[in-house]
Design a protein around this ligand. Structure first.
Ligand SMILES: [Zn+2]
Ligand SMILES: [Zn+2]
Length: 322
């Protein structure tokens, strides 16, 4: 039985130095892999380093979360493309030694030229051209992991300031930052993790207008109802579900999960927030995705935990290419 926590934020534990225990508890509970999701330029490089340190266990994404969108959003979003580029040298060479010289291509190279992902690379995307000095040994690009998705990005009305003019200004920045990231996701043809709170309709309309492939889109921490999930599913998109599924008051969210069906389901913790019952109100961690899985398997889908884990893990692997 292996589960994948498809959305969490490892920053707090990594900075406190307590990540090894958290990863150990996850492993003991049957969580075989997780995706640590980027929210701002403050955590992107950290998450790439964590993915490099825990290959196959920790995957990462990069994106500018709507609650981190400020006046400098444009400068931050401009840094995102480089994380998807394999032509980026890991470090500049020392000044007077014979080291590889990069005839680098453009900053934003196509989405990964890895065998597992080649099938979904659009026809106009080709392997990045990187030329090396003849005597140089080829650097190991596997040491620099690629993000498995762009995001989380989107719109959030819940955390806007009370003052109307200020709130409007910030929401306009959120829209602009989301639009820019949608364009990037379309160009990279990569999976997209959407964060939408209090802005479902606008988020859907912006994705519609962007030309992003809906089959690559997940609305994470889906917390709307069956009508809204039908809107996503009709377009080929999907929602993924947190411990909210286990909350008494969340009947519409359970109905949405059921309406979408097990065949498209992915689970997540969104740790350190949103701990499922029986840890509700306390800090969440990846091991707790098992509580959500056990609850959903039994109470929503009427299947064994083994079957639930097999299907949701396969879904996550296909969706994120991991
Ligand atoms: Zn979110
Ligand atoms: Zn999140």
């Amino acid at each position: 039985m292996t589960l994948i926590d498809t959305h969490l934020h490892l920053e707090t534990w990594a900075r406190k130095g307590t990540l090894p225990e958290v990863l150990a508890r996850a492993r003991e509970t049957g969580v075989g892999a997780m995706i640590t999701v980027g929210t701002s330029s403050e955590d992107w490089a950290l998450y790439r380093d964590l993915a490099a340190a825990h290959p196959g266990v920790v995957h990462f994404s990069v994106g500018l979360h709507p609650c981190h969108v400020g006046a400098s959003w444009e400068r931050e979003v401009a840094q995102l493309a480089a994380f998807f580029s394999r032509a980026e040298p890991p470090a500049p060479p020392p000044p007077d030694t014979a080291t590889p010289s990069f005839a680098a291509g453009p900053a934003a190279q196509p989405y990964p030229p890895q065998p597992a992902r080649d099938a979904r690379v659009a026809p106009n995307q080709t392997r990045p051209e990187v030329t090396f000095h003849p005597q140089a040994t080829e650097p190991d690009f596997r040491a620099v992991p690629m993000p498995v998705a762009l995001g989380e990005c989107g719109l959030d009305r819940f955390h806007l300031p009370k003052e109307t003019a200020e709130a409007e200004k910030i929401f306009a920045w959120q829209r602009a930052a989301f639009a820019a990231q949608l364009t990037l996701a379309r160009d990279l043809a990569c999976p997209l993790i959407v964060h939408s709170r209090g802005a479902f309709r606008e988020s859907v309309e912006m994705i519609d207008a962007s030309g992003v492939d809906w089959t690559r889109v997940v609305f994470h921490c889906f917390s709307e109802g069956p009508a809204e999930i039908a809107e996503l599913n009709r377009r080929g998109g999907r929602g993924s579900f947190t411990g909210i599924l286990t909350y008494k008051s969340a009947a519409p969210v359970r109905d949405a999960a059921k309406a979408q069906g097990l065949a498209h389901l992915m689970v997540e913790t969104d740790a350190p927030w949103l701990a499922p019952v029986p840890h509700r109100g306390k800090p969440n961690e990846p091991a707790y995705v098992r509580h959500t899985a056990e609850f959903a398997a039994q109470e929503i889908f009427g299947v064994s935990l083994d079957e639930f884990a097999a299907v949701t893990t396969a879904n996550a692997k296909v969706f994120f290419g991991i």
